[in-house]
Design a protein around this ligand. Sequence first.
Ligand code: FSX
Ligand code: SF4
Ligand code: F3S
Length: 384
Amino acid sequence: MSHINLSAIHQRLDELSKLKKLKDDDSIKQALQKRGFSRRDFMKWAGAMTAFMALPASMTPVVARAAELSDRLPVIWLHLAECTGCSESLLRTDTPTIDSLIFDYISLEYHETLMAAAGWQAEHNLEHAIEKYKGQYILLVEGGVPTGDTEGYLTIGPHGTTGKQSAVKASENAAAIFAIGTCSSYGGIQAAKPNPSNSVGLSKVTDKKVINVPGCPPSEKNIVGNLLHYILFGTLPALDVFGRPKWAYGLRIHDLCERRGRFDAGEFVQSFGDEGARLGYCLYKVGCKGPYTFNNCSRERFNSHTSWPVQAGHGCIGCSEPDFWDTMGPFEEPVGDRLYDTVLGLGADNISDKIGIGVLALAGIGMAAHALIGVAVSKKDEEA
Ligand code: FSX
Ligand code: SF4
Ligand code: F3S
C-alpha cells in the first residue's frame, strides 16, 4: 500500500473542510448523535468501509474524516430510464443506517426523487446547481439513456428536455461522473432486446470518463463506497474493461460465495424446494450465474449486510454484467457453453483481463464437468 499518498489525502480533506456545508445548523457528526449512533458505532462503520475499499486498517480515521466531510461535496443525481431501485437500495431500509444517513447529508443539490421542488422550480434548481458548482460537482446518473429516433421517449420537466440532453449537459462540467446501476452503466432493462427506446449507457453519450457502478440495483455499500473513494483520492480508480472500479468489482460472486464449498463438493440443488435447497447446496444447476459475474455481493450483501440473492435461495442472475437480460438467461437454468462464448466474445483489452477471462472459460468447462459428476454421484447415492 506504499502507493497511497496520505499527505495528499489530508491536503484534499483540508480543502474540503473549508467549503460550506449544506445545512449550516447541522452536520453529519450531530446527525449521527441524534439518531443514536455512538462514536464507536461510527468508527466501526468506518473500519468496515476501509476494509471494503481494500485500504489498510490504519486508514480508518481518514475514512471517518472523509465521511464526515461528505456534506461539503455538491452532488447532482439525475434519473433517466429506470425503476428507481438504485435510490431505493440506498434509502429503503427499515432503520436508518450510517450509509443512508451519510447519503442524507451529502450535499445533494438536485435529486429528482428526493427533492421537494417540481416543474419550473426543479428545472431552475438544476441549472442553478450546474452553474454555481461548475467543475466541482459530482454527477450521479441512474437509468439508461434513450437515443436516436426514440430519444424523446424520455423527457423531463416543463421544457420537455430529453434525458440525453440533460445527461450530456450535466456531464460537461462535472468533476467526476458515476453511472449508478446497470441501466446507467450499460443500458439495462430498457436496452434488453429489442431495445425499443434505443437505450444505451451513459458512457455512450458523453466524451467524459464515466465510472460504472453496476448492479440492478447496486448495493448501498457500492454507492456510498464509490463516493467515499472519490472524496479520499479525488482521482479515477483503476477500472476494468467494462468501466467498473476494480477495487469493488474485481472478484466474481463465485469466488467468495458461502455455498462455494457445496459447489466444490459437487452438492447441487436440482430443483427449487428440494432437499438440497433446504440444506443450502450450490445453486449452479438452477441457474446461478455467480461464476460469470463480477461483483461483491457474496462478501458485502445488501441492507446493512443482512442478505443477498444466493443467501435468500435464488442464484445470482448476473445483474452487474453488461446486457445480462439478454446474455444471462434463462435465469433458472445453467447456460453452459453459450455463455463462455459470450464472455470471450465481449472483448478484453488488457492482458490481466484476458488472463482472467481465459481462466473463467476454463473454470466454466470444469464447472460443467463438475455438475455432471454431481449428477452421477447423486444417481449412485439413489441406487445404493
Ligand atoms: Fe436500473 Fe436503477 Fe435496475 Fe432499477 O434506477 S439498475 S432497473 S434496480 O433502479 O437503474
Ligand atoms: Fe455460489 Fe452460485 Fe457459485 Fe454455487 S454457482 S458457489 S451458488 S456463486
Ligand atoms: Fe446481482 Fe448477482 Fe449480486 S444478481 S445482486 S450480482 S448476487
